[in-house]
Design a protein around this ligand. Structure first.
Ligand code: BGC
Ligand code: NOJ
Length: 854
């Protein structure tokens, strides 16, 4: 396959620059980092939502459309005179060839620029901090020597709020749509800040307390709000009827599909440029504040009633004119270019601060850009989205995962510890009194999700994992005393520490015949469904009832995870004076490690599991699926059998059987037929997803295992194989998905096209890659008393510097490795003084640390 490049990194601006709109797959970015979010592709496709991609979807998006990625925030430009074709700055939807195209995806912003016939249109898209709106600053520039007369159309399509029913319940949907349009009164002179605003208020008059709006900071010459009037029943987004005709219809939607489009006439002198600011926003109003009252109690700052007219779907019958105060306030905050530029600078400063917390200078640009920019950025996006909304996750399928969210936490706890703290409390609140947990919860309600329920027996351990990462980063032990309910039931509150205790108890109270953890519905591998036995194609492997009664199915992955987290918990207990509890759990960890050695070692690697009947899974005895990655990762991370050489042998087997050019596959050989006793894993074609795909999330477990064994070259080789910046260099076409972030899965060696990526952005890979490189390769590990320095390096790494802000103090850590050893810290000096051991004790201020390996 011929490899082509579609873009490149611009590290100085922290951007990925796409120079060809026809990427092998839409390459997207995320706007917003708190409440209001948008997905935006390199051709401006995508959608926006408030907090919850299912229940508060603002704009409509069609997954599975043909061609894909059709629909988004679109601008159309038509020259008023002559026959030149309509074009869009992002190439789509018009697809008129452009004289220049560029899309710059940056930290929570995207700038798309197109040029045609000496007119340049550049649009900056971002969600300002603390704002429930996407701001779009559009700049038109006349590069010619002639006057240009242009017709500019904007376009978005409203989603009827619930993204699921919006795609289903057409018999109702086609009759509910309602809008209002506020346009400056005809005849009155337009003035700066006078906005034409289109409001979407479907269901507002009944139970909804929210509406959306789309404004422009000028008096538009027209608008449209009815899709069929604007687009035309027989046209597509590429050639809407109104745009082709160069004429809006000023349509008011009554049911069917409401949209928002402004029509603006622009005249540009030679060399002149003009900005237009569009705001797509969301508002919530209290019940008693919902409507604008006749007596004019609600006054707006920038569009007083006298200056504007309001048209609504219901016309004179409408007693429910919306209270627009909050919308007007937000619109007024962004009604000039200066205000927008200021808000944009604030967003950039916010990212400066976040990314200044951990920075490396290694001399390897491919490493530095991942560590300093993109890996951390992806972690933040994953924190915000969990697994809900991407171009592979429709935003309606899943809430926040219990295990996913705990793992994601290690990717951002150093940046936004307060939000990590809240996240831990939210997650723990969905736990059951016996330590089991809801597998998922909804972000809007924070309640456990009953559709999926619980019974995933690895889940409880992850709460220990997340909480300990938080305490080590912040030194905030007080979180352990927080009162946290079970299943969100008031009156059931116990301390968070008690939640941790019952979490581990849940494992030891559910052991199988070999003293190994019972797997329940599944462990980390949601597709290894050992108690499911499904023959019904109409049921989901994920939600169907399991037959755990009498099951002997045990998991070596949970065993390793338990040893790691139980040891960490025991150390924590010691720190807080709970010696007996520390001893109890240390013993349990030791017993588990023994059970693994006795019943979990297959001869050359760790077994994966025992099935319902007690048969081995992941053993040389099996025909397919002889070896799996998860147990190699966790048992080596736990250091089980390190002295006896089991760790090294397990890792060698990974290299021999699982590794390939593009990364480490999940299992080998792949399953080629359906095994009812294993479930979904054997449902996937060979080489994809959990059936021998390179499931990037778990590659770092092996990499960390390699660092436990002190094998720096092997750790680095595995790491670089799935590091996006390495893939970016020569495999953009094959890889298909965005080359600046990790994807969940890359097709494995048994697939038709090994190396092809899927499911980009929302994956635990982000947090695990971060943990791996920041703590295990570069080796700067937060610990209770300070920073533990323990790098594990490839022999080529001779020197690097990490700047690390830690609990408010600034450390500059300069590591030299004169002999190119993989591991071993010979000396450390802190501010010129030699220290004992390799923990830099925490103290406030600025510190210079010199580390010599050897
Ligand atoms: C996927 C898993 C995922 C699970 C739960 C399965 O179809 O293969 O990766 O964890 O669904 O959503
Ligand atoms: C994706 C899910 O989000 C995660 O929870 C699971 O561990 C992996 N798939 C592996 O199945």
């Amino acid at each position: 396959m011929e490899q082509k490049r579609y873009g490149h990194f611009d590290d100085q601006h922290r951007e990925y620059v796409i120079t060809d709109p026809q990427t092998p797959w839409p390459w997207i970015n995320y706007l917003g980092n708190e409440d209001f979010f948008s997905l935006i592709s390199n051709t401006a496709g995508g959608y926006s939502f408030y907090k919850d991609a299912k229940f508060r979807r603002l704009t409509r998006y069609r997954y599975n459309g043909v061609p894909m990625d059709n629909g988004g925030r679109y601008f159309y430009i038509k020259e008023a005179l002559g026959e030149s074709p309509v074009w869009s700055p992002g190439w789509k939807p018009c697809k008129t060839p452009l004289d220049f195209y560029e899309c710059r995806h940056g930290m929570n912003y995207t700038r798309i620029t197109g040029r045609k016939n000496d007119v340049e249109c550049s649009v900056l898209f971002f969600v300002p901090l603390k704002t429930w709106a996407e701001v779009q600053k559009l700049t038109l520039n006349n590069l010619s020597n002639d006057v240009k007369r242009l017709k500019l159309f904007s376009f978005q399509e409203w989603c009827l709020w619930n993204a699921a029913t919006d795609m289903e319940n057409f018999q109702r949907n086609f009759s509910t749509g309602e809008v209002e349009v506020e346009s400056p009164t005809p005849g009155l002179p337009s003035r700066e800040g006078v906005a034409t605003v289109i409001y979407h208020k479907t269901e507002y008059k009944e139970r909804r307390n929210h509406y959306a709006y789309y404004s422009v900071n000028t008096a538009a010459q027209g608008f449209d709000t009815d899709r069929e009037s604007f687009v035309g029943l027989y046209n597509g987004f590429d050639a809407p009827e109104c745009v082709v005709a160069g004429q809006p219809k000023n349509s008011i939607a009554h049911g069917w599909s409401p949209i928002a489009s402004h029509y603006i006439e622009v005249e540009l002198q030679p060399g002149e440029s003009k900005d237009y600011i569009f705001v797509l926003g969301y508002v919530e109003n209290e019940q008693e504040e919902k409507y604008e009252r006749a007596e004019g109690a609600v006054q707006s700052s920038n569009a007083p009633a006298a200056r504007s007219t309001v048209q609504t779907s219901l016309g004179a019958l409408d007693h429910t004119i919306i209270n627009k105060r909050k919308a007007h306030e937000t619109i007024a905050r962004f009604d000039t270019s200066e205000k927008v530029d200021k808000a944009f600078a604030e967003l950039n400063r916010y990212w400066d601060d976040l990314l200044n917390i951990y920075k490396v200078e290694s001399g390897n640009a491919k490493l530095d850009r991942m560590v300093n920019i993109w890996n951390q950025y992806q972690c933040m996006v994953t924190f915000c989205m969990s697994r809900s909304a991407s171009f592979f996750e429709s935003g309606i399928g899943r809430g926040m995962g219990f295990r996913d969210s705990n793992q994601d936490l290690v990717g951002f706890v150093h940046q936004i510890p307060e939000r990590a703290r809240q996240r831990i409390i939210d997650i723990a609140s969905t736990q059951f009194p016996d330590g089991g947990c809801y597998h998922q919860y909804q972000p809007l309600t924070k309640r456990g999700n009953n559709d999926i329920g619980g019974g995933f027996n690895d889940d409880p351990c992850w709460l220990i994992f997340g909480t300990i990462a938080y305490i080590k980063e912040t030194g905030d032990f007080s979180i352990l005393d927080e009162q946290v309910p079970f299943d969100n039931q008031p009156g059931t509150e116990v301390t968070l520490f008690e939640h941790l205790r019952v979490s581990l108890n849940h494992v030891i109270e559910n052991l199988g015949p070999h003293g190994l953890p019972l797997i329940g519905r599944a462990d980390w591998n949601d597709c290894l469904n050992l108690n499911c036995f499904s023959w019904d194609p109409n049921e989901s492997f994920q939600t169907t009832e399991n037959k755990s009664e009498g099951s002997k199915a045990e998991s070596l992955m949970i065993a390793g995870l338990f040893v790691v987290t139980a040891k960490d918990y025991a150390a924590l207990c010691k720190r807080i004076g709970k010696d007996a509890e520390a001893e109890r759990m240390q013993q349990a960890a030791d017993a588990m490690a023994e059970a693994v050695k006795q019943y979990g070692w297959d001869g050359e690697w760790f077994l994966r599991a025992y099935d319902f009947y007690g048969n081995k899974i992941g053993s040389a005895e099996n025909e397919e699926g002889k070896i799996f990655i998860e147990s190699q990762g966790w048992c080596t991370m736990a250091g089980i059998g390190l002295e006896e050489g089991l760790v090294a042998r397990s890792l060698d087997s990974v290299k021999k059987y699982l590794d390939c050019e593009h990364g480490i596959v999940l299992n080998n050989p792949a399953f080629t037929t359906y095994h009812v006793e294993m479930g979904e894993i054997s449902s996937y074609p060979a080489g994809y997803k959990e059936n021998a795909g390179i499931f990037c999330h778990n590659n770092p477990w092996v990499i960390i295992g390699e660092t436990v064994a002190g094998r720096g070259d092997d750790a680095w080789t595995h790491y670089a194989k799935i590091l996006p910046s390495y893939v970016e260099e020569d495999r953009q076409t094959l890889h298909k998905v965005e080359p600046y972030v990790n994807c969940q899965m890359v097709a494995g060696k048994d697939a038709a096209r090994p190396g092809e990526g899927k499911n980009s952005w929302l994956t635990g890979t982000a947090a695990w890659m971060w943990l791996t490189v920041s703590q295990y390769i570069l080796g700067i590990k937060p610990d209770y008393d300070g920073l533990l320095i323990d790098p594990c390096l490839p022999s080529t790494a001779r020197e690097y510097t990490v700047s690390r802000r830690f609990r408010g103090a600034d450390y500059t850590i300069h590591v030299v490795n004169p002999q190119g050893v993989a591991k071993g810290v010979k000396t450390i000096t802190l501010d010129g003084q030699a220290i004992e051991g390799n923990v830099i004790p925490f103290s406030e201020g600025n510190h210079q640390v010199e580390v010599v390996m050897g």
